[in-house]
Design a protein around this ligand. Sequence first.
Ligand code: GDP
Ligand code: FE
Ligand code: FE
Length: 203
Amino acid sequence: MTDFVLKNTYSSLSSSELIKLEENNMDHKRFKHCIGVSLTARKLAHLNNYDEDKAALAGFIHDYAKQVSVADFRKTIQTQGFDQELLNWGPAIWHGIVGTYFIKRDLKITDPEILTAVRRHTTGDTEMTMLDKIVYMADYIEPGRDFVGVDTARKITFANLDEGVGFQLAHTLNFLIGNRNKVYPRTLAAYNVWSIKDNEEKN
Ligand code: GDP
Ligand code: FE
Ligand code: FE
């Protein structure tokens, strides 16, 4: 059990019911990550004059579907009205986009702003709301994250949320290309919006 609490006005379930469902849907390491993202989202919301409780809830549930099985994801894509092109991707891309289905079904959260932030949390998007950016960045810099450059990412993000988004997208793209992974088109489109330095003469 955990002493973590949420102020929840977005689900018919209580805060403790939400926390229990989340905890039962993932391993302990992932659950700790979700708490870290929630606390960081709250902090970023405070710094950017956004609703702290809403950001904390969105951050907490962003990876609810992270450990759903491939078979369940595929069945959901095939039967719940998702673009069938998604079948060409895998859990890294599915857990946000298709994860919204499990969040609505199990956690009874239907707020469109929260669901959009979950949908966009892995790839980013060309258009991002304040909540989208908060969850996207909190996921990247929460206290449990440990990668080369995370301290720079934290410094940049706490100073300027949009700069953080540009930083993360550039680093993610660099990482994907370095590993010769497939780039989801939305990740690339988002990079072109958020990461480009002001060097118009070279465009
Ligand atoms: P996590 O769920 O907390 O581990 O973090 P994310 O949801 O941000 O990312 C999940 C994984 O998706 C990471 O390993 C990212 O590198 C990966 N990812 C992000 N964008 C893309 C993409 O465009 N293509 C692919 N193949 N993977 C991506
Ligand atoms: Fe994720
Ligand atoms: Fe995450």
